[in-house]
Design a protein around this ligand. Structure first.
Ligand SMILES: [Zn+2]
Length: 468
């Protein structure tokens, strides 16, 4: 039952006593109270205030709750908590033959979403969509949703392991929600924020940000023991690592997309070829331009390789793959898999480049080639030749001024050409490129758009784990 914060009980102890009464279990353990719309149980603000002053342990002792109290004063571990992992692993997920694919996706996400709810983390909605990159699922912080590829929920998994993989992969995605929320809790009250911090914080959906703002992480208090202090420090460091990694996501995505981008560029170069070349020199120009793609192929390979290394090594992914893997989810692609992925990408570049080269080679010429020029005659045999005629004769000089000037041979210029302004048409000024400029934000957002790379290159099992 959702309750409003109790206006009458201003004091902490009143609030605690009230919660004890509401708990009513008789065991002395605090029952998890209903969460308010803000995500905090009634009276939790006062408890959190005391927690920050006195320390987590002191508050836990006051509440008569053990370290695993269902009232999560601390809540820094999220989905990494052992009891939540075990509960998710125990959860029975049936394949409902009569359900829609989206309903089945929700069934398989349920253990992860329950863990989020239990941890007091805003629960993302599961929506059908095309993650556009062939991902099985993808957490989108800006909409606080997990987009699932329904193709994975069309046919029943072939075996138990395949079924668990879906559950594990969705736990992986839910862990990203957990990571973003923890990062947002640390960033909400931080001033000033770095550019990376600002970027990551603003990527979080608004209502999740508001909850994070109302839910600051614990700080060590006067009575906080050293063990707890270390735990808080570790959580803060973890959150800082998440922020740094989330800020690098656009660059990683761009690197993963580099080969596909090059393939597209080569394709555009082929499209832009003329239907026929005016002569061999023009063909040669195109051939030289095509050859310039070759070193860029190496560069794209380096970007791709580095991006995947960064992706796999990032704290957000090692963490999410680790938790998802414990539930049977897809493991992170190892070096051999990444090499195969790169070979697939490189082969696509190769195909595109060959198509371009063949197109350049096979394009006809506008005029038939001239017959081979005969070798110049030897000087000994040279005869006196009459001077060559000029290619075009000069116009005849009028013999007297009475004659009208000759008519121009060229047609008069078209009206539109006459009326064309002398100045070049103005181009749009680029938007501000300054720090935080709208254009830069757009570019960063654009950079995170998943690309066709994974759609083609990543084996399905890897795709399922690829996300941010
Ligand atoms: Zn991930």
């Amino acid at each position: 039952m959702a309750g409003r914060p109790d206006r009458r009980s201003c004091g902490l102890l009143t609030s605690v006593a009230r919660q004890r009464r509401e708990a009513g279990s008789g065991t002395g353990r605090l029952r998890a109270p209903a969460h308010t719309r803000s995500g905090l149980p009634p009276g939790a603000t006062a408890i959190l205030a005391l927690q920050r002053a006195a320390g987590n342990r002191a508050v836990s002792a006051l509440l008569g709750a053990g370290p695993d109290a269902p009232l999560h004063v601390q809540r820094l571990v999220g989905l990494a908590k052992e009891s939540r992992i075990r509960a998710a692993a125990r959860a029975e997920v049936r394949w409902r033959a009569t359900a829609t694919p989206l309903e089945r996706a929700n069934d398989h996400a349920a253990p992860a979403l329950a863990a989020l709810r239990d941890a007091g983390i805003p629960v993302p909605t599961v929506v059908a969509g095309d993650p556009a990159s062939g991902y099985a699922a993808e957490f989108q912080p800006g909409r606080w949703q997990v987009v699932v590829n329904l193709a994975r929920f069309q046919a029943a998994p072939v075996n138990e392991a395949a079924a668990r993989r879906l559950v594990g992969d969705l736990y992986h995605e839910a862990r990203h929600a957990d990571q973003y929320y923890l990062a947002a809790r640390y960033l909400a009250h931080k001033r000033p924020r770095t550019r990376d911090e600002e970027y990551v914080y603003n990527r979080v959906e608004q209502s999740a940000r508001l909850r994070a703002w109302r839910d600051p992480p614990p700080e060590a208090g006067l009575f906080t023991l050293s063990g707890s202090r270390r735990k808080y420090a570790a959580a803060a460091a973890r959150a800082a690592g998440y922020v740094a990694d989330f800020a690098r996501v656009p660059g990683i995505r761009a690197g993963m997309a580099a080969p596909a981008g090059l393939v597209a560029e080569i394709g555009r170069a082929e499209q832009a070829l003329p239907a026929e070349f005016a002569g061999e020199p023009a063909r040669e120009v195109s051939a030289v331009a095509a050859a310039a793609f070759e070193p860029r192929r190496v560069h794209a390979g380096n970007l791709f390789w580095t991006a995947w290394n960064d992706y796999v090594a990032s704290s957000v992914e090692t963490d999410a793959y680790g938790l998802g893997g414990r539930l049977g989810g897809t493991p992170a692609p190892d070096a051999a898999q990444r090499r195969r992925m790169w070979e697939t990408e490189d082969a696509r570049i190769d195909v595109a480049l060959n198509r371009l080269r063949v197109a350049i080679r096979d394009r006809p010429l506008t005029r038939p080639p001239l017959p081979a020029t005969p070798p110049p005659p030897l000087p000994a045999e040279e005869e006196e030749q009459p001077p060559p005629l000029p290619a075009s004769l000069p116009p005849p000089v009028p013999e007297d001024d009475d004659q009208p000037p000759p008519m121009p041979t060229a047609p008069p210029p078209r009206l539109s050409a006459v009326l064309r302004p002398a100045v070049a048409p103005t181009t749009r000024e680029p938007a501000s490129r300054g720090p935080g400029g709208a254009r830069e934000v757009e570019e960063r957002e654009a950079a995170v758009v998943p690309v066709s790379l994974q759609r083609h290159a990543v084996p399905e099992e890897i795709e399922s784990a690829v996300d941010e």
